[in-house]
Ligand binder design. Structure first.
Ligand SMILES: NC(=O)c1ccc[n+]([C@@H]2O[C@H](COP(=O)([O-])OP(=O)(O)OC[C@H]3O[C@@H](n4cnc5c(N)ncnc54)[C@H](OP(=O)(O)O)[C@@H]3O)[C@@H](O)[C@H]2O)c1
Length: 340
């Protein structure tokens, strides 16, 4: 099978952002389509769909983390689904689809010795769902909620960033576990979707309503589990309303990813002591040996309609940097993807 173009378009990291990420941090480039070393098991891939994840902002900083920073001049790292164009590797035959971190480019070479080797996409699965409801966001929701949050029937669960890829699955997992769920999101439309489709009992638009006041009214007995995707003021306000022996699941802090200076922590951590609250961070990658378990359960719930999801699919290679900005402006409705 031949590549359909002769040029490989790429978006490279040009500068590290100071504050809000912008399109100016990236530089467009073209190069020849790379040649795989077929003898060592490498394959040539053509990207079909790119995934956009808040963590990408962190990869742009020159700071050690669970993955190395993207270097200046390198292709921007991103998860994607791609089609195998050239292969001698039986695990990834020509024409099959694979998932991996193939970056902001049309074509990539990948192989078994990569930091994150490609994984085959099962036949019959819509390719976008591999990045959305069957992707890392849902696994994050599953392990964060089930392992760290440990919901019990009848408990009150509060979820921030609730309309997003991770948050919307967390809301539905908590409902499946018999909890009362209060969701926080940034538009009325997202709040309505959370109630109508995801089964949230209450939804708070944090841009038009006061979280503290709402929680006083909605949770007089306190919050048992707070699943936090946002950090900052939202975390501080939630701590105020935690019940005795509550659990706070620190999943993400998107409100702070673009801050120019380190942000002050919550001023009310004393409640963790007096109310015996447990607060724990986690990284989904630590659970890779249990992906089969989570994927099996999530698959069952999605197929039976118990877990709903939505995908926000932008289009066009030129729109790639702007699509990353959508996450930090709250423009994405569901999992942010881009079709190439
Ligand atoms: N620990 C892990 O292993 C792991 C893995 C994956 C993701 N995460 C974290 O999970 C969180 C959600 O990720 P996702 O992929 O599901 O993204 P997402 O929620 O689909 O998209 C980001 C959403 O965050 C909200 N947001 C943006 N800026 C905000 C701000 N300043 N204050 C409050 N809300 C803001 C926006 O929604 P609104 O309209 O509601 O503002 C936006 O739509 C992120 O913090 C991410 O880093 C953690």
């Amino acid at each position: 099978m031949a590549a359909s173009q002769t040029i490989n378009r790429q978006w490279l990291l040009k500068t590290r952002p100071s504050g809000m990420v912008s399109q100016d941090n990236f530089e467009y480039a073209e190069c020849a389509i790379p040649e795989p070393d077929l003898q060592s098991g490498q394959v040539l891939l053509q990207n079909l769909y790119l995934s956009f994840d808040p963590a990408m902002r962190g990869w742009m900083d020159d700071e050690p983390s669970y993955l190395p920073p993207v270097q200046i001049g390198e292709v921007m790292r991103a998860s994607s689904v791609a089609k195998v164009i050239r292969s001698d590797n039986r695990s990834w035959p020509e024409g099959s689809l694979v998932q991996g971190m193939f970056g902001w480019q049309d074509y990539a070479v990948a192989g078994p010795n990569d930091l994150v080797p490609p994984t085959a996409v099962a036949e019959g699965i819509p390719p976008t769902t591999v990045l959305s409801v069957f992707g890392g966001s849902s696994l994050t929701a599953y392990f964060g909620m089930m392992d760290v949050g440990r919901p019990q029937p009848g408990e009150t669960v509060l979820v921030s960033g609730a309309a997003g890829a991770v948050g919307s699955v967390v809301v539905q997992l908590a409902k499946l576990k018999g909890c009362r769920v209060i969701a926080i999101a940034g538009t009325d439309e997202k709040c309505q979707w959370l109630k109508d489709e995801c089964g949230a009992d209450e939804a708070i638009n944090y841009k038009t309503r006061n979280i503290h006041q709402c929680l006083s009214e909605l949770c007089p007995s306190g919050v048992d589990i707070f699943f936090d995707n946002v950090g900052g003021e939202t975390l501080e306000q939630a701590i105020e309303h935690m019940a005795d022996f509550g659990r706070i699941v620190l999943c993400g802090q998107i409100s702070e990813y673009n801050a120019e200076q380190p942000q002050p922590g919550p001023a009310n951590l004393k409640y963790l002591i007096t109310r015996r609250i447990k607060m724990q961070g986690f990284i989904m990658l630590d659970y890779l040996d249990r992906v089969e378990e989570a994927a099996g359960k999530l698959g069952e719930w999605v197929m039976s309609g118990k877990i709903k999801y939505r995908e926000d699919i932008q289009e066009g290679f030129d729109q790639i940097p702007a699509t990353l900005e959508r996450l930090f402006q709250g423009e994405n409705k569901g999992k942010q993807l881009l079709a190439l």
